[in-house]
Design a protein around this ligand. Structure first.
Ligand SMILES: Nc1nc2c(c(=O)[nH]1)N[C@H]1C(S)=C(S)[C@@H](COP(=O)(O)O)O[C@H]1N2
Ligand SMILES: [Mo]
Length: 330
């Protein structure tokens, strides 16, 4: 057992949606604490009542980056087995800014993807902000087929479009003293009602070491299925680090900061006994509440064995050579 002194709310769950169950319980507790015991009865309704009453979003103007798609496929990044159908992928997502259900594509239509600026801050030669379309102009887009593995033991196979994170690092010009690249999602509860609830600390934050960020596999995603990225998949800019559990792959990024200290990341801050900074995929290290030995391939009847580093060990195992193994895989 990895977890010691397990808190009372972290009871074993074998539910198909473990995060959902877990977080509902957390939200009730946090809501009660924040609002006071007297409002206990209304806190859950407040925290979870969005989605139905929200005004429908006005239709968007055509995506100004549409002409960049489809981008040329990079044949170096292949998968075995079929790509997950687009319709399946966009109906099974984790995007807690729009609720803890897997079916948030409609709720995510509230996300406004233009205008969109990305800020570069922290240990950089010169802090700057750039509009997403100017950033896209400075990059060469390519398509890569990647495996995608959520910590909840489900998997997909996704045709992402984007550019190596390394290109973004070159663009940002971090100082030699930078050791980590920190990525943040937007924070705007009007645009993302999930941010009004206490489930996670907002904005969603993730990070990589500079060695991880500049590894060729680390990919900045701007599109999928030969088109600009659907909102529910984290438009207009999200990370894909396929050797790590999906929660590392932060969506809808507005800020990239370079630091010399390991950042406190969203899931690790919420439940450090269950989620860590490294989160590398490993079939032999169970999550405290479920096994990681196999994974469900969404959209199929297939449950296949999980693979160390999600099959990308050849590219990334050397990043962790000589490091203590105990925290690398959660
Ligand atoms: N901002 C933000 N990023 C996020 C999440 C989230 O809830 N909010 N969920 C993470 C998790 S747990 C996973 S598995 C992937 C899901 O990506 P997908 O919906 O494209 O499959 O996004 C990750 N990035
Ligand atoms: Mo996930």
């Amino acid at each position: 057992m990895l977890i010691r002194n397990r808190p009372s709310w972290a009871i074993p769950e074998r539910d198909a949606t473990p995060e959902h169950v877990f977080l509902n319980r957390r939200a009730l507790l946090a809501g009660a604490a924040a609002l006071g015991a007297g409002t206990l009865g209304t806190a859950p309704a407040r925290a979870w009542g969005f989605g139905s009453g929200a005004a429908p979003a006005a239709p968007d103007a055509p995506d100004p980056s549409a002409a960049l798609y489809p981008a040329k496929a990079n044949p170096a990044f292949k998968i075995s087995g079929p790509v997950t159908p687009e319709k399946v992928n966009t109906d099974y997502n984790n995007f807690y800014e729009y609720g803890t259900s897997k079916h948030v594509a409609e709720a995510a239509q509230m996300l406004k993807v233009r205008p969109w600026t990305v800020k570069f801050s922290g240990l950089v030669e010169q802090p700057r902000e750039v509009g997403i379309d100017d950033l896209l102009k400075a990059m060469t887009l390519e398509e890569r087929l990647y495996r995608h593995r959520c910590v909840e033991a489900w998997a997909m196979q996704v045709p992402w479009t984007g550019f190596p994170v390394k290109r973004l690092v070159d663009f940002a010009k971090p100082l030699g003293s930078a050791k980590y690249m920190v990525m943040k999602t937007f924070k705007d509860p009007k645009m993302a009602p999930g941010q009004r609830s206490f489930i996670l600390q907002w904005p969603y934050v993730e990070g990589l070491t500079m060695a991880e960020a500049t590894n060729d596999l680390a990919f900045m995603v701007t599109g999928a299925y030969g088109k600009p990225l659907p909102k529910v998949m984290g438009a207009p800019l999200r990370l894909a680090v396929p050797w790590k559990y999906g929660f590392k792959s932060v969506k809808s990024i507005v800020e990239i900061a370079f630091t010399d200290k390991q950042p406190e990341t969203t899931w690790a801050a919420l439940a450090p006994e269950e989620y860590g900074f490294w989160a590398n995929v490993n079939p032999e290290v169970p999550h405290p509440r479920w096994s990681q030995a196999t994974e469900e391939v969404i959209g199929t009847d297939d449950r296949r064995p999980t693979v160390i580093y999600n099959g990308y060990g050849e590219q990334v195992a050397s990043l962790y050579a000589g490091m203590p193994k105990d925290r690398l895989f959660m």
